[in-house]
Design a protein around this ligand. Structure first.
Ligand code: FES
Length: 317
């Protein structure tokens, strides 16, 4: 993906280690101008120079007109290189990013409930700070593996958040049934974290009677299984394979497991790097990259998040 004319040129003003694996980056406009405003829950899509892909990083501090953005990045040694590239940046480095976009808006309603897992703290901390600044009541829960691995621990506690450490065993983390036991009209749940944790929170909320339009989530990779997801079969035209994608699996993972070498980058439907041509069948689009027109045309599909509305797809790969 090339750098578009609408992209922001940003300079790294500060790099701050938050944990051994997480660094905060304060970014300013490279030309000294103002930066576009945003609402809590928004993210920046940063261009990763070496892979030509992009990564989405949530903004940690509410927009305050100070001319800076803060993001936090978890170094993932098994990832595809974006976090390593970010962790290599030093103050003075210049990078490009799309202006903030918000796919995870804060719904204030009645006493919002904020639930974070690991690096998923970033958009929720922004929401909590905004709510606290407005004097709004909210409930805030944050699960991490250990105290050492906890970014923004003091800030979350200062905001009244409850922090639990599960030692890597989610069963020892938040008591979701208790936490979500009392859905209330007008009360919105916001959750961000690893896919398994978000899936567990969303499933528990639904089981406890939270209406779907009061449950808001953001993932860092893949897509949540949706009620009614069915297995579907994929035939790869050029490589001659017939594969089955089960509910809860991504098409991208199935292609990789079958020995293909598909292109991908963000794994969350943002960058479009994984898009492939559809020869037969109807895609069930779950990405944020394709335009409404491209989605309606049904000729392209992002393998990292999208599925099929028909029992079979034929892909030109
Ligand atoms: S890998 Fe980025 S949209 Fe699929």
């Amino acid at each position: 993906m090339t750098q578009g004319a609408d992209m922001l040129a940003l300079v790294v003003a500060e790099v701050r280690p938050l944990t051994p694996a997480i660094k905060a980056f304060v970014l300013r406009s490279a030309n000294g101008g103002d930066l576009p405003p945003f609402a809590p829950g928004a993210h920046l899509s940063v261009q990763i120079a070496e892979s030509s892909g992009q990564r989405a990083y949530s903004l940690v501090r509410p927009h305050d007109g100070s001319g800076s953005y803060e993001i936090a990045v978890l170094h993932e040694p098994q990832g595809s290189g974006g976090s390593a590239w970010m962790h290599g940046l030093a103050p003075g480095a210049v990078l490009a990013a799309h202006p903030p976009r918000n796919d995870f808006a804060l719904h204030q309603g009645v006493r919002p409930l904020l639930v974070a897992g690991g690096i998923g703290i970033t958009p929720l901390l922004c929401m909590a700070r905004a709510l606290a600044a407005e004097g709004q009541a909210f409930d805030f829960f944050y699960a991490t593996r250990s105290e050492d691995a906890t970014a923004y621990l003091d800030e979350v506690r200062a905001l009244g958040g409850t922090v639990v450490h599960d030692g890597g065993n989610p069963a020892r983390g938040l008591d979701l049934r208790a936490l979500l036991a009392a859905p209330r009209s007008g009360r919105h749940l916001h959750v961000c974290g690893p896919r398994g944790m978000v899936q567990a929170v969303v499933d528990t909320a639904r089981a406890q009677g939270w209406p779907d339009d009061h449950v808001h989530f953001e993932l860092f990779a893949g897509a949540l299984a949706q009620a009614g997801d069915m297995p579907f079969e994929v035939r790869t035209l050029r490589s001659g394979k017939t594969l089955t994608v089960a509910p809860g699996q991504t098409l991208l993972d199935v292609l990789i497991a079958a020995g293909l070498d598909p292109m991908y980058d963000c794994r969350q439907g943002d960058c479009g790097v994984c898009a492939v041509d559809v020869v037969e069948g109807v895609p069930d689009h779950r990405d944020h990259n394709l335009s409404p027109r491209e989605k309606a045309g049904g000729k392209t599909l992002c393998t990292c998040v999208s599925r099929a509305k028909t029992p079979h797809l034929v892909l030109d790969i």
